[in-house]
Design a protein around this ligand. Structure first.
Ligand code: NAD
Length: 295
């Protein structure tokens, strides 16, 4: 976001209180990142275990910073007190932005978004962290589609600088400006992108994964490819390690979305390494078994 757009975002009404729906990997990370940057966050889920897990993750991240001497105990307690876990939509009063980060299921998201729209003020902006569902499709069930857009964080939220802000068919400029400003206030680098399969990052990333699939099919060794990309080429992770971190279930689903969205460019022939590993539930870091073994 540069020039006039940057200035417009600076003039947008700041988000002083935020809500996150879903306390999973992403929701927990987003709530924690907001709190770290001094924006109080309500974190809503449908079960207490998920909320406890979300708070636990935030606590672990802050404890690591405490151990490294980056923050003190009072700061840690202060940040955690800025995250308010809840099971109720009644606590969303006065939030400037709601970030929806529930499971990647269009029906669940449609229901959650419609419910929350009825609970929040007419001026509240709602954004979805979806990776693969078109923003304009999600907006179909909303009464105020102009107040809705995508806000796509990457995992792990505290380490990944980029946030894609996705402009849906009806998203207003004011909505985009407010979400851009909020991402910047959270210490992130926002980019505004169009609503298309894969948005920006996955359109770049998946052809790379598909190239990797083909190298494997030609007999290359995944560890050799990672070694070259990491040590010689200098990327932080090679494709196999990155797929393990992303999760083979997520990658498998996103690959199908890319193939459907861009059949001329992204259709894969036959079963790929990603397909085969997904079928065998070699999901990567999340279940400990992928290309690598994870503790
Ligand atoms: P997750 O499974 O870790 O968490 C989802 C959470 O949503 C769970 O805690 C679940 O209890 C909760 N939930 C389900 N229904 C709900 C409801 N009706 N109301 C409130 N909470 C509800 O999922 P995740 O990996 O954090 O992904 C969340 C979203 O973020 C998805 O849309 C996903 O595509 C997107 N995303 C994920 C990643 C990633 O790497 N995991 C990266 C970018 C975007």
């Amino acid at each position: 976001v540069k020039g006039k757009a940057k200035q417009a975002a600076r003039n947008a009404a700041p988000v002083t209180r935020l809500a996150v729906l879903g306390a999973g990997i992403m929701g927990g990370g987003i709530a924690c990142q907001a709190a770290v940057r001094g924006i109080p966050a309500v974190m809503k889920d449908i079960n207490n275990d998920a909320l406890a897990l979300g708070m636990n993750e935030a606590g672990k991240r802050l404890t690591r910073q405490l151990e490294r001497g980056k923050i003190d105990g009072a700061h840690l307690a202060g940040v955690l007190s800025h995250i308010r876990p809840t099971l109720s939509n009644d606590e969303l009063d006065g939030v400037g932005l709601v970030v929806e980060a529930v499971v990647e299921n269009p029906d669940v998201k449609a229901k959650v978004l419609a419910e929350v729209e009825q609970k929040v003020g007419a001026d509240t902006v709602i954004a979805s962290n979806t990776s693969t569902i078109p923003i304009s499709t999600l907006a179909n069930n909303l009464r105020r589609p102009d107040k809705f857009c995508g806000m796509h964080f990457f995992n792990p939220v505290h380490r990944m600088p980029l946030v894609e802000i996705i402009r849906g068919e009806h998203s207003s400029d004011d909505t985009i400006n407010r979400v851009v400003a909020c991402a910047a206030a959270m210490g992130k680098t926002p980019i505004v992108v169009n609503d298309c399969p894969g948005f920006f990052v996955n359109r770049v990333l998946f052809p790379y994964f598909f190239g990797f699939n083909r190298l494997l099919a030609d007999g290359a060794d995944f560890a050799d490819i990672d070694r070259v990309m990491e040590r010689q080429f200098g990327w932080p992770m090679g494709p196999a390690r990155l797929l393990d971190v992303v999760g083979m279930d997520t990658a498998h689903h996103a690959a199908a979305v890319m193939a459907q969205g861009f059949p001329d460019r992204m259709q894969q022939n036959g079963s790929t390494a990603i397909d085969l590993m997904f079928e065998q539930q070699l999901l990567g870091q999340k279940n400990g078994h992928g290309f690598y073994h994870w503790q």
